[in-house]
Design a protein around this ligand. Structure first.
Ligand SMILES: Cc1cc2nc3c(=O)[nH]c(=O)nc-3n(C[C@H](O)[C@H](O)[C@H](O)COP(=O)(O)OP(=O)(O)OC[C@H]3O[C@@H](n4cnc5c(N)ncnc54)[C@H](O)[C@@H]3O)c2cc1C
Length: 397
């Protein structure tokens, strides 16, 4: 066990932090108010080689380890959840899934431009009637010669209007239950595809989230990801990576709240002294620090298992569940420490509180992760080996 970051990882943290301090934090209040998502940010992230951090160099990525992705996510979410969410779906849910399950042709065509940040990837699983209950999806893919015809609708999809490529899940054989779901790579430009943003969100207002519509979208058979009927397994393996990035991002919310609270504790005086001297405020600060360290340890443990090429569904679920709960609790206390000022957007903590709610819902709700953890402990849940796995780090070639 090594609890220290490498020099390369430390440099990466510094680079992302400087970027966030200069190019996100000064503008985020306005973007959040306007519900505006600046697409230029993704171009800048690409210039900094941050859109394919743990993708092997031979596929256009930076070739860094899986914990490097965690560092990027933590530092981005210290700025705002919207940008970490984008990296979660682009790299965590899409690119790593292509790396794990894609054919060489699919990797060359879709993964390489995504890892270089020239194209954006997203992930379409959720539907109006199917979130936690994936089997309830209604989107269908019917074989027609050398193509599949997709019909249906997805909702709550991050980067819905910005992504170029989507991994989309649809039934190829409804009779087979979850073994009848297949995964497809769908391009925005395919006729019959459209998208629409959701307005009026509680948080992640600077992010783009919404619906996807498939109206007889003709997808060539070369865009089937994995084999027919493997879609459910592909979706769950994608979530092992997406959840890892969400957990890492939660550490960024905790850190941002802690920084804001420490500053405010020194500025604000009541009863003749800085509020940091009051024991009940100290208790909240101490809990924030403990939660930051605990969340990071859970994240890096999951990342280390990924580096070794080991199955990490259980450890990643635990990290995601706890880190996101911690972030939501910490953001709530951060508003408390700021008193009435915390209730306005004069300070960043109210935005972090609103943003921290979505990660407790997406990529497995708090309740779903609680059930998963109990089932592992009770022996009701056991992970079977997958046909395809992610490459361990360091990557070959
Ligand atoms: C900002 C945002 C971005 C998102 N981005 C994406 C994306 O990019 N791609 C994508 O595919 N999806 C995305 N989602 C959707 C997200 O993954 C789903 O919202 C999530 O899976 C929960 O599904 P649901 O909202 O349908 O809730 P439901 O599944 O309907 O759950 C409702 C409530 O019931 C509880 N519940 C459900 N089943 C059980 C059970 N068995 N036991 C106990 N309690 C249960 C849940 O925990 C929850 O509290 C996003 C959501 C948000 C908010």
């Amino acid at each position: 066990m090594d609890f220290e970051l490498s020099a390369e990882q430390e440099l990466l943290r510094k680079t992302v932090r400087q970027f966030v301090d200069k190019e996100i934090i000064p503008y985020i209040k306005e973007w959040d108010e306007r519900g505006y998502s600046d697409p230029q940010i993704y171009k800048r992230l690409a210039e900094l080689n941050l859109m394919g951090v743990c993708i092997p160099e031979k596929y256009g990525g930076s070739g860094m380890d899986y914990n490097a992705l965690a560092i990027v996510c933590e530092e981005l979410e210290r700025g705002d959840t919207a940008f970490r969410t984008a990296v979660s779906v682009h790299t965590g849910l899409n690119s790593l899934t292509l790396l794990q399950w894609g054919t060489e042709e699919q990797k060359q065509k879709y993964l390489v431009p995504q890892a270089k940040g020239l194209k954006l990837g997203a992930f379409g699983l959720t539907e109006p009637n199917a979130g936690s209950d994936v089997k309830a999806i209604r989107t269908t893919a019917v074989k027609d010669g050398d193509d599949y015809i997709l019909n249906g609708e997805k909702t709550w999809i991050s980067l819905c209007d910005l992504a170029d490529h989507f991994i989309v899940f649809a039934y190829t054989d409804k009779e087979k239950g979850h073994n009848g779901i297949s995964a497809f790579i769908v391009e925005r430009t395919m006729p019959g595809f459209s998208s629409k943003a959701i307005k009026g969100k509680l948080g992640i207002r600077a992010g783009n989230t919404g619906q996807l519509f498939f109206d007889n979208v003709r997808v060539p058979k070369e865009n089937l990801l994995g084999e027919e009927g493997e879609g459910f397994k592909i979706a769950m393996s994608a979530l092992d990576n997406g959840r890892f990035t969400v957990a890492a991002g939660a550490c960024g919310i905790i850190n941002a709240c802690l920084e804001a609270c420490v500053k405010y504790c020194h500025e604000r005086k009541t009863f003749g002294e800085e509020i940091g001297h009051h024991q009940l405020v100290k208790q909240m600060i101490a809990n924030m620090e403990a939660k930051l360290v605990m969340a990071r340890l859970l994240v890096y443990r999951a990342g280390e298992l990924k580096n070794k090429g080991k199955r990490n569904t259980r450890e990643t679920s635990l990290a995601k569940w706890q880190a996101c709960n911690f972030a939501n609790e910490v953001a709530n206390d951060a508003v408390q420490i700021h008193g009435a000022y915390g209730f306005s957007n004069e300070y960043p903590v109210e935005r972090h509180l609103r943003n921290s709610k979505a990660p407790v819902i997406y990529e497995g709700t708090r309740e779903i992760h609680t059930l998963m953890q109990a089932d592992y402990v009770l022996g009701y849940r056991k992970d079977k080996p997958l046909r395809k796995t992610l490459p361990p780090w360091p990557f070959e070639g």
